[in-house]
Design a protein around this ligand. Structure first.
Ligand code: HEM
Length: 449
């Protein structure tokens, strides 16, 4: 098709464009695309900002049709996706002609992972993606390191559980144990107490939130990468970084350079784990099903824990940790007769897709069963771990880690959510659940269920 046979994308009225910026794009950026900001998340929860974003896009779809809609923001051409089939197309045709290495993402992630696969292109990206898939064992529900990982996770989770019985379970109590377990399974037991490495990464991620506006913190980054490489050199093969040893890779691939993304992304997995616990405390039937799944099992060994994994998947569906999926077209593309020039940024707001565009009545409900009975698989609107060739290669590992943590916390213990926002059965699940102020009463036995 030539340009003379095509139109441009349907645009929207300036007032609607301003609403998309104010209600959809800015809140997602302000909450922190790379490192969540607790103060802004608290505000977003109070103002019901995510609900406003989802409603704005629902209304645009009713008025303008299925899109994509053309927008111009800060000198950049955007194509706003509103239709699940369009989302599926963009994700399945990554990295060419829809590259994940979008300029803003590149500038942000370069702060701490200059050689990460997500911001690489061409043969380098292919090789780095391959390294990730090999080390993370993308297709396997139970990674080769699962026995050691489960042992480490369980030790840390039982310490957290004990502390929680005395003080309550808060994000801070949980996160301290979570990060100890992450450092151990990624870098090895020697890194267990090395908060400096994960704290300096958090600092780099905060800078990354500012994307184009902040210069790279070269000294902090160099220090972080030096420490990382030291652990990598010593790590055993029962750690993730140890799985990189001996891989046959093309020059310039930098396998260890993939690890910052792993550490960074485990933060989202921690938030998803605690949110899943919040969902389960408000859904007693599903909590009982989760408990039944591991009743009588020896939890010091790896188990598939399919139901708990489905619960985590549904928590990430309800509160996506990647609220904006971004791609940039490397070629001109045609959408329903409209020509979209190369260099356009395609934007998908995942909370909108996961709540409004879903193929069943589960948009605002906690419905883990969809991940077990084929409904989620058939639903192109669902992409909590993205989809297609740039889909998250760590998904199975996240589900192993999160389900192992949840089983350890729940075994012979019960929790009551005391913080004000409580997702409960029979009520629409709130569009925002700020994980930072979550607070649970914890006790041995099942009295609090
Ligand atoms: C709840 C936890 C997580 C969620 C929801 C998640 C989700 C995602 C999503 C949506 C993407 C695509 C991003 C984009 O297209 O811009 C992605 C990419 C990626 N994720 Fe995850 N992720 C999680 C945790 C992890 C963990 C723990 C690891 C590693 C141990 C990991 C490794 C990666 C890598 C390497 C990529 C880049 C893939 C590529 O370049 O093709 N993720 N993840």
């Amino acid at each position: 098709m030539t340009t003379t046979e095509t139109t441009t994308l349907p645009g929207i009225r300036p007032a609607d464009q301003a609403r998309v910026v104010a209600r959809v794009l800015l809140p997602a950026v302000a909450e922190g695309l790379v490192q969540r900001r607790s103060s802004v998340m608290a505000l977003a929860e109070r103002l019901r900002a995510d609900r406003a974003a989802v409603d704005t896009l629902r209304e645009l779809r009713e008025r303008y049709g299925r899109g994509p809609l053309g927008l111009r923001v800060a000198g950049r051409s955007l194509a706003l996706l509103l239709d699940p089939d369009d989302l599926a197309r963009v994700l399945s045709e990554s990295p060419e002609p829809f590259t994940p290495a979008v300029l803003e993402k590149r500038r942000a992630l370069e702060q701490f992972q200059p050689h990460g696969s997500l911001i690489s292109v061409g043969p380098e990206r292919r090789e780095r993606r391959r390294v990730n898939e090999l080390a993370l064992e993308t297709e396997r529900p139970l990674h080769d390191i699962a026995p050691a990982a489960v042992r480490r996770i369980r030790e840390e989770a039982l310490t957290v559980r004990k502390r929680a019985e005395a003080t309550g379970l808060t994000w801070d109590v949980f996160a301290a144990g979570w990060w100890r377990s992450v450092r151990r399974l990624v870098l090895g037991d020697a890194a267990r107490a090395d908060r400096r490495i994960t704290d300096s990464l958090a600092g780099l991620r905060t800078a990354a939130n500012w994307s184009l506006l902040r210069p790279t913190r070269r000294r902090t980054r160099a220090d972080f990468l030096r420490r990382l490489r030291r652990y990598a050199a010593q790590a055993g093969d029962d750690t993730l970084v140890g799985r990189l040893h001996g891989l046959d890779v093309a020059p310039g691939t930098d396998p260890v350079g993939q690890v910052p993304h792993w550490l960074f992304a485990f933060d989202a997995a921690g938030a998803a784990t605690l949110r899943t616990l919040a969902l389960l405390t408000g859904h007693p039937g599903r909590l009982a099903k989760s408990r039944a799944e591991f009743a009588g099992a020896d939890l010091s060994r790896p188990h598939p824990l399919r139901y708990l994994r489905a619960c985590v998947l549904d928590a990430v569906r309800l509160w996506p940790t990647t609220p904006l999926l971004l791609r940039e077209s490397t070629l001109d593309t045609v959408w329903r007769g409209a020509l979209v020039p190369a260099g356009t940024a395609f934007v998908a707001h995942t909370p909108y897709f996961h709540r409004v565009e879903v193929a069943g009545p589960y948009g605002d409900e906690f419905e883990p069963e969809i991940w077990l009975d084929g409904r989620a698989e058939r639903d192109p609107a669902l992409a909590p771990f993205s989809a297609g060739p740039a889909r998250c290669p760590g998904e199975n590992l996240v589900l192993l880690t999160a389900s192992t943590w949840l089983a350890a916390l729940l075994e012979d213990h019960s929790y009551r959510l005391d913080s004000p926002v409580r997702p409960r059965v029979g009520e629409p699940i709130p569009a925002t659940l700020n994980h930072f102020p979550l607070r649970f009463t914890a006790q041995a036995g099942s009295a609090l269920v």
